[in-house]
Design a protein around this ligand. Structure first.
Ligand code: SAM
Length: 332
């Protein structure tokens, strides 16, 4: 979607922008590259760390000394074995689980700051890359280890050792660090709590890409799908946070109104009301609720110019249906 988003925003006049559900930070990063003053916001802790690493940070890169520190060997007795004990045969092999416990212990020994954030970024990417479907939604290590002919995925990538992925991601992330004309910031907040005066002039533009709620079927709950990464960010409390009823050991669920089919229309109305003084760019899936028409109606009540500026057919991991990824622009 990035080229499609760029095509729209390059024609707009704006200086400040809120990426309200920033996730991986790719859209914030586009705005950063356009020299805008960006506020990256997401309620998950691992995303917040990602935001600090590549959006707020504009100078720090991982050095060889950092990488040596993060990957250094450590006697088995000198680090915790939480992942090895709690997640045996769920996501990674035993040897990989021991690697994770060791590297996380090394990361927590670093001074808090951008070097540590970058280290976590490389760890998260390595974890995702080695997972079938890039998710933690099921206890399915056997998809990787079973000796069968596969029609999907990339067994070579899944089986590539963590060390190799990690070092590749160090190269990658170091290439993303850029100094731009305006400072960029990161917040870990509920979308309804972001201070509207965070920047003196408010937000000229608000980019909204909320969790997708399908008309039928299961919701996409990011905290569940990526619970393993969220757990890494609270390693000391992780064990007590595991939902013992779930086979894949997710962290205990928290209510989020953005995953609630019954309230979603009201929530959208309240959110749009909150950001009514900004230009809105909204990403929406044609299969989702509220429907595209309902969204257009809501936007038309508050903005004078509302239009669908892009619509691209897209098929998502785990989805059997094609849907259209729609971009809606609303401004006065
Ligand atoms: C569709 S994803 C955003 C993807 C993002 N645009 C990207 O390019 O990676 C939705 C994001 O909303 C976040 N989120 C869910 N509920 C939230 C809330 N109440 N406040 C803030 N962020 C929330 C999730 O953690 C997730 O990262």
């Amino acid at each position: 979607m990035i080229p499609a988003i760029y095509d729209v925003v390059k024609k707009l006049e704006f200086e400040t922008v809120l990426d309200a559900f920033a996730g991986t930070g790719v859209v914030s990063y586009l705005f950063k590259r356009m020299d805008k003053q960006v506020l990256f916001n997401d309620h998950l802790h691992f995303n917040y760390i990602i935001g600090r690493a590549i959006i707020e940070n504009s100078e720090t890169r991982l050095t060889k000394a950092d990488v040596d520190q993060i990957l250094k060997p450590k006697p088995y007795e000198e680090h915790s074995h939480l992942i090895e004990e709690q997640f045996a045969d769920i996501y990674y092999t035993n040897e990989e689980n021991v690697w994770l416990d060791r590297v996380i212990s090394n990361l927590y020994e670093m001074e808090p700051g951008y070097n540590q954030d970058l280290g976590f970024w490389c760890l998260f990417q390595s974890c995702i890359t080695k997972r079938p479907f890039s998710l933690f939604h099921r206890r399915n290590l056997n998809l990787r280890t079973r000796n069968v002919k596969r029609s999907f995925g990339n067994k070579v990538t899944w089986d590539t050792p963590f060390d190799i992925h990690f070092k590749r991601f160090v190269e990658e992330v170091n290439g993303y660090i850029i100094k731009t004309k305006k400072s960029c910031h990161v917040l870990r907040s509920d979308v309804m709590q972001v201070p509207l005066n965070y920047f003196e002039q408010g937000f000229d533009l608000v980019y909204i890409d909320p969790p997708y709620i399908p008309k039928r079927g299961e919701n996409i709950i990011y905290r569940d799908l990526y619970h393993f990464l969220e757990g890494i960010t609270q390693y000391d409390e992780w064990e007590s946070q595991i939902d013992s009823k779930s086979k894949h050991k997710r962290i205990k669920p928290l209510y989020n109104v953005w995953n609630d089919k019954k309230s979603i229309t009201n929530v959208f109305t309240d959110m749009l009301d909150r950001y009514k003084n900004s230009t809105i760019l909204l990403s929406h899936r044609s299969e989702g609720i509220p429907s595209t028409n309902d969204l257009l109606d809501m936007l038309n009540k508050k903005w004078t110019s509302v239009s669908i500026v892009n619509s691209i057919g897209h098929k998502y991991a785990l989805s059997t249906r094609d849907s259209n990824e729609i971009l809606i622009l609303a401004h006065n």
